[in-house]
Ligand binder design. Structure first.
Ligand SMILES: [Zn+2]
Length: 318
């Protein structure tokens, strides 16, 4: 979905100035006594607007406007949701998902989460490759399957991508990686899931690893969702290489404590978003190839990710 679709959605909600102007002219030109009606209409309309805007913390930012995203020209951020923003906003669930729960409680008490999927690499950053398989393409394929499966089978979740085409978010890899976490922040993400495939020099390693954060502010949720995803991947028959955390030797917090080694996890944690890196399997290994050598197999990996996410979040089935 292109960013211009945001404009269409906001128009539907009656945000455009055009709508107001039309209404005002009509009333003014015809009848003076309608001033009172005009006032009522204005008050009601404004009340409606502010109601929509404050209806919950999940209002989708518009990346192509002044929503606060760092100025990076080009198609770096893509809105990939298919969940129509015009749907009634769903309130926070049990308030444990880190969003503050400022929305009004509803009778249904349906959980609601925003998950940002990060198809690893993209553009000139192709990732690993082997046997004509390229990591950046596989990760995007997996992301699309995850989104499709979750939206088809579960309620209570919004999915966004850091990219939905073959692009890097920035030519500088350090900025590219930080921007992936920044995209998650702009979407008020509850979780950030970065998708990858592994490879090793001697092609002898195999298995799935999910990297998580060890930082106090996000460790529990990061490691929790990591374990849930890994469990599903292992259920496919992939070797269990465990949930792992890794401390940086180069990056430290202001208090002198170490930060996470992996950039997207570190930058997510800095934004209070639990992040994980899913290394599904080794694309250059004979044993692991059986789990990813057809589109259907890749889809099974994605479904495993999706089920891991859904189970951890306790999403209701459709
Ligand atoms: Zn990778």
């Amino acid at each position: 979905m292109k960013s211009s679709d945001h404009t269409i959605d906001f128009t539907k909600k009656g945000y455009t100035k055009k709508g107001y102007t039309k209404k005002m002219r009509k009333v003014r030109c015809k009848w003076g006594i309608c001033c009172l009606l005009l006032a009522v209409v204005m008050v009601l309309t404004l009340a409606g607007c502010s109601g929509s805007k404050s209806s919950g913390p999940k209002t989708m930012p518009s990346p192509d406007t002044d929503a606060g995203y760092p100025a990076t020209p080009g198609p770096s951020i893509q809105d990939t949701t298919t969940a129509a923003p015009t749907e009634p906003p769903v309130s926070e669930g049990d308030g444990t998902d880190g969003n503050g729960g400022s929305g009004e409680p509803t009778a249904t008490d349906v959980p609601h989460y925003v998950v940002v999927l990060d198809p690893g690499h993209g553009g000139n950053f192709i990732g690993a490759w082997y046997d004509e398989k390229i990591e950046k393409n596989l990760t995007l394929q997996v992301a699309n399957y995850i989104k499709e499966y979750l939206l088809e089978n579960y309620d209570g979740i919004e999915i966004y991508f850091t990219r939905d085409t073959d692009v890097a978010l920035n030519g500088d890899i350090k900025i590219d990686l930080e921007q992936r976490a920044e995209v998650a922040k702009q979407y008020n993400a509850d979780y950030f899931v970065s998708l990858h495939f592994n490879a090793s020099e001697a092609h002898e390693l195999h298995g799935a690893t999910v990297y998580a954060s060890f930082r106090d502010n996000v460790a529990e949720k990061s490691q929790g969702i990591a374990a849930s995803i890994l469990e599903q991947l292992v259920a496919l028959g992939i070797k269990d290489n465990a949930v792992k955390t890794r401390k940086s030797q180069d990056y430290y917090a202001e208090d002198g404590s170490r930060l996470d080694y992996y950039a997207v996890i570190r930058h997510s944690a800095a934004r209070d978003i639990p992040g994980v890196i899913v290394e599904h399997c080794f694309m250059d290994n004979e044993i692991d190839k059986q789990f990813m050598n057809t589109d259907e197999k890749v889809k099974q990996l994605a479904i495993a990710d999706a089920e891991g996410i859904a189970k951890y979040l306790g999403l209701p089935k459709k």
